[in-house]
Design a protein around this ligand. Structure first.
Ligand SMILES: *Cc1c(COP(=O)(O)O)cnc(C)c1O
Length: 422
């Protein structure tokens, strides 16, 4: 059945096999998303198929989430096996899979402890609470302030949307959560000035929360010299350096964690998106010194259940066993080189490609009328899924298992798309 037909299909009720109708969908689902007129039915590896059977190369991966692509045999087996054994019991009891995942994560990072939740926003929410508790109980700060960056993205809950330095996400949701202050990203002088002002009378700055590479904000990599100086400042002043690894973490940059690309250690960092390879899980990790939560301080009913932890652990072990980080680095180099070639051929359209590993942004020239959305829509018609990161950046975040031939194919489709658009 074609999507057109499906759009007109009458609602089917009482059938577990109901045909898809966008009209009935839009009547029943809260309109929080501007959706593309596309319904995907199945996936395998880096490819997905829509309800008409049309094939797409998936360079979105559920927004930097499906680390191992679609229907990966290890995930299928782990999901099936854990569901047949035990899927949820709550944190009233010990969950061995949760302990094993925490051990994997802490032995593959600078962190010593992990708290599990279900999403990136929740992971950041936990980090914000941890920073506040540390400030109150260890540093005796009555009104702690957390510094975040302009153009950042930390989530949609009230505290994390406040942390997000983009007014468009905050509009109409005031009053926001007090205790946040924003500075320009990668700007050391601005950060030093902000700390000096905030700490003028008595220390107030509890934490600095930054993405190692700003994802939603336009694929802006962090500057090494900046981050190393921020690390020193935080250590000198006992300020927590909290790195939001929700998008850049879990191998996407070619290192397990984006802050490794910057050669720094985080006091606290958060993970979600790629962590479960597509099952909902989030984690907040920290070094022992900052692990100030005690029983009753924070919780999540679903957080770290046997099902998601078994799957996330299988994803982590697969990344390691199959040396997928090497693939991320090689395919990333290949992708950027190919896109660089396109920039050379279309200098009036694109100004640069930026990113690390397999998180890359193709930046549109301010002089072209084309928007990222135009490119994304045209590429979709040509069988390639891409996602904007702001109005003028096209983001490419394929599964980390993407092959050399698939990267080549994606570059060819982008080229074909441009030929059609211009
Ligand atoms: C997506 C994202 C979040 C929010 O994650 P959710 O799982 O959607 O709550 C937070 N921080 C960063 C850097 C993200 O990219």
């Amino acid at each position: 059945m074609s999507l057109e037909t499906l759009l007109q299909a009458p609602p089917v009720s009482g059938s577990s096999n109901a045909a898809f109708s966008a009209e009935t969908f839009d009547q029943a689902v809260m309109s929080t998303y501007g959706r593309f007129p596309l319904a995907l039915e199945r996936g395998a590896g880096c490819r997905v198929w829509d309800v008409d059977g049309k094939e797409y190369l998936d360079f979105v991966a559920g927004i930097a989430t499906c680390t191992l692509g679609h229907a990966h045999p290890v995930m299928v087996e782990t999901v099936t096996q854990q569901m047949q054994t035990l899927h949820h019991v709550s944190n009233l009891y010990y969950v061995p899979q949760q302990g094993a995942l925490a051990q994997w994560l802490t032995s593959h990072s600078c962190a010593d402890r992990a708290f599990f939740c279900n999403s990136g926003a929740e992971a950041n929410e936990a980090a914000i609470k941890l920073a506040r508790k540390y400030a109150h109980t260890v540093r005796n700060i009555a009104e702690p302030v957390i510094i975040t960056a302009n153009a950042s993205f930390h989530g949609r809950t009230l505290a994390t949307v406040t942390a997000t330095g983009q007014p468009k996400y905050q509009k109409n949701f005031s009053p926001l959560v007090p205790g946040f202050h924003y500075v320009p990203y990668n700007d050391l002088a601005a950060l030093e000035a902000a700390i000096a002002t905030l700490d003028q009378d008595s220390p107030r700055v509890a934490a600095i929360m930054l993405e190692p590479l700003q994802g939603e904000g336009g694929v802006n990599p962090g500057d090494r010299v900046y981050f190393q100086r921020v690390r020193e400042l935080c250590t000198e002043r006992n300020i927590l350096l909290m790195i939001d690894e929700v998008q850049a973490g879990m191998g996407r940059t070619g290192c397990y964690w984006g802050h490794e690309m910057l050669d720094i250690e985080a006091d606290v960092f958060t993970s979600a998106k790629g962590l479960g390879g597509g099952v909902p899980i989030g984690a907040m990790l920290c070094q022992e010194e900052f692990a100030v939560f005690q029983p009753g301080d924070h919780a999540s009913t679903y957080g770290g259940n046997p099902f998601v932890c078994a799957v996330a652990l299988a994803v982590c072990q697969t990344l390691e066993r199959e040396n997928i980080l090497a693939n991320v680095r090689d395919r990333g180099d290949q992708l950027r080189a190919g896109l660089q070639g396109l920039i050379g051929a279309y200098p009036a359209v694109f100004t640069q490609v930026r990113g690390w590993g397999l998180i890359n942004g193709l930046v549109l020239s301010p002089d072209t009328e084309l928007t990222a959305l135009d490119v994304v829509k045209a590429a979709m018609d040509s069988g390639l899924l891409l996602v904007p990161a702001g109005p003028k950046v096209v983001r490419l975040v394929p599964p980390l298992i993407v092959s050399e031939a698939e990267v080549e194919e994606a570059i060819a489709i982008v080229q074909k798309t441009l030929e059609q658009l211009l």
